[in-house]
Design a binder for this molecule. Structure first.
Ligand code: GBH
Length: 493
């Protein structure tokens, strides 16, 4: 049987699209939408917020394709009530957003608290709770206070661990009476690799691509552990919440049955998930990373490992897409981080047909079966932890030529959510302990280096007309799905 047919016969993957309904998930399964501070808030120089490394990065010519920035973004800082109304109307249970560190401590140091920042997040949280929406709060979604970068080297300096601890504790103390779900870091891999190896994300460094990413990841892990330890010692008992870490993983499917391809796919997963989860579950970085990187990979002291071990109440998974992985002595992928993995990422089946429909972003193909595999992989390799899918979604190209109603009819995005959710339901049946699914994103927003040229939203933002919000077909699909009006007819007996 050809590999492609194998994937379509139902056993291994592709649950039939359209056959998913709310009742395929446990009643307490959480459905939410996600955003991050820099991508949606705007008001970058208002309300006492200090500058962050993304403000500075966006000013470097050539880094953001449309030369835009998050100065205004989609102005959620001023429009949070309208946005929360929309979340409530669509019927979501939860909103995952991030706190901007420099809105809490403008210089990051932890001495000068910005009361206006505290007030803003209090308002946001209280408004959510009034509407029955649970806040899922990320402490760090890439926007380091600029002063910490300038004055001490930011994530390159181990002292950052203490500053992060102070910031995290301030958030627990101020918001933890109402926030019961915390995430320390969003995708520490992206900060490490795109920030310090490829230089395509803030702070845009690529001077020492074979050492800095590993140091930065190391310090993020220690900062994560420090924050969790503070939470568990001083807040968890009285506040009763949970705390975890969010990792990104592109599913890696071996390109063939050859041993070397299987090993390459396994290596690829260790370089994404194992990098962070192995220290937490098994006390050190994956062996294959030590083999490939030698002394470039920092070492943990016994005390540090003690802190890191079991430092998650849940694993957050950001999952968008998948690739076939083949062994490659000299990787066709550019740059140190990919070369170190000795693999090729392939987006085609053997016959040349693409692995899935392409979204707008170069890296994003619609591959529903990958999410089921990623979830089962985490369940088996990391002691079946509670998992929240903290991001999942796809983008359309910004295009202001067609009439707006055409942009709103996002058929492929509807297919994406239907088919990915059907696979999540399968993973739960397989035994993975999946607790929630957050669509990325609530609304179109600042897509980092791609600026406003890519639209990931369930809600369309009209950048030319006062940032008005217009729900797309996918938003209405979720509304029906969450009410239980979707999929029932096609459910198997
Ligand atoms: C998530 O990252 C982020 O958490 C979120 O903020 C973001 O808006 C969302 O994805 C959509 O991108 O191919 O060289 O251009 C997902 C991981 C990191 C995958 C950047 C794509 C692009 C690098 N993404 N990567 S490149």
């Amino acid at each position: 049987m050809a590999k492609k047919e194998m994937f379509e016969d139902g056993d291994v993957g592709q649950a039939s699209a359209g056959a998913v309904s709310r009742t395929d998930f446990p009643p307490n399964f959480v459905f939410g939408v996600a955003t991050s501070a820099y991508q949606v808030e705007g008001a970058a120089s208002e309300g006492g917020r200090g500058p962050s490394i993304w403000d500075a990065f966006c000013r470097n010519k050539g880094k953001i394709v449309d030369e835009s920035d998050g100065e205004v973004a989609v102005d959620q800082y001023h429009r949070y009530k309208e946005d929360i109304d929309l979340i409530a109307k669509l019927g979501f249970d939860a909103y995952r957003f991030s706190i901007s560190w420099s809105r809490i401590f403008p210089d990051g140091l932890g001495a000068n608290l910005n009361d206006e920042g505290i007030t803003y997040y209090n308002n946001l949280i209280n408004t959510l709770l009034e509407k029955g929406i649970q806040p899922y709060v990320t402490l760090y979604h890439w926007d380091l206070p600029q002063h910490l970068h300038d004055s001490m080297g930011g994530w390159l300096n181990k002292q950052i661990v203490e500053y992060f601890g102070t910031y995290a504790e301030t958030c627990f103390a101020n918001f933890g009476d109402r926030v019961k779900n915390w995430v320390t870091f969003n995708e520490p891999l992206q900060t490490a690799v795109n920030g310090y190896c490829y230089g395509i994300f803030a702070p845009g460094r690529s001077e020492n691509p074979s050492t800095e990413p590993y140091l930065v990841a190391h310090h993020q892990l220690l900062a994560h552990a420090a924050a969790v330890s503070i939470y568990r010692k001083k807040y968890k008992d009285k506040q009763g919440g949970q705390i975890g870490l969010v990792l990104d993983c592109e599913w890696a499917e071996a390109n063939s049955d050859k041993l070397e391809d299987k090993v390459a796919a396994a290596r690829r997963l260790d370089f994404q998930l194992g990098w962070y989860l192995h220290p937490i579950y098994y006390g050190d970085y994956p062996e294959v990373m030590r083999e490939r990187l030698g002394d470039q990979l920092p070492k943990f002291s016994d005390e540090e490992i003690e802190m890191l071990r079991n430092s998650v109440d849940f694993v957050g998974l950001n999952h968008y897409t998948s690739r076939f992985i083949a062994h490659a002595e000299d990787s066709p992928e550019e740059g140190h981080f990919y070369k170190a993995q000795m693999m090729a990422r392939i987006a085609q089946w053997e016959g040349g047909e693409s692995i899935g429909k392409k979204a707008a972003s170069e890296w994003l193909y619609v591959v529903p079966w990958g999410i089921r595999k990623a979830l089962n992989y985490i369940a088996h390799r990391y002691q079946n932890p509670p998992i929240y899918i903290t991001e999942s979604g796809m983008d359309d190209e910004e295009n202001d030529t067609p009439p707006i109603h055409e942009m709103l009819d996002d058929k492929l995005r509807v297919t994406y959510f239907k088919s990915y959710l059907a696979e999540v339901a399968q993973a739960i049946e397989d035994g993975a302990d999946v607790r929630g699914y957050f669509a990325w994103s609530l609304l179109d927003n600042f897509e980092w280096a791609q600026g406003y040229t890519k639209r990931f939203g369930l809600i369309y933002v009209d950048y030319k007309n006062g940032l008005s919000r217009h729900p797309k077909s996918s938003a209405y699909w979720f509304l029906r799905f969450l009410k239980g009006d979707e999929g029932e007819h096609s459910k198997k007996e």
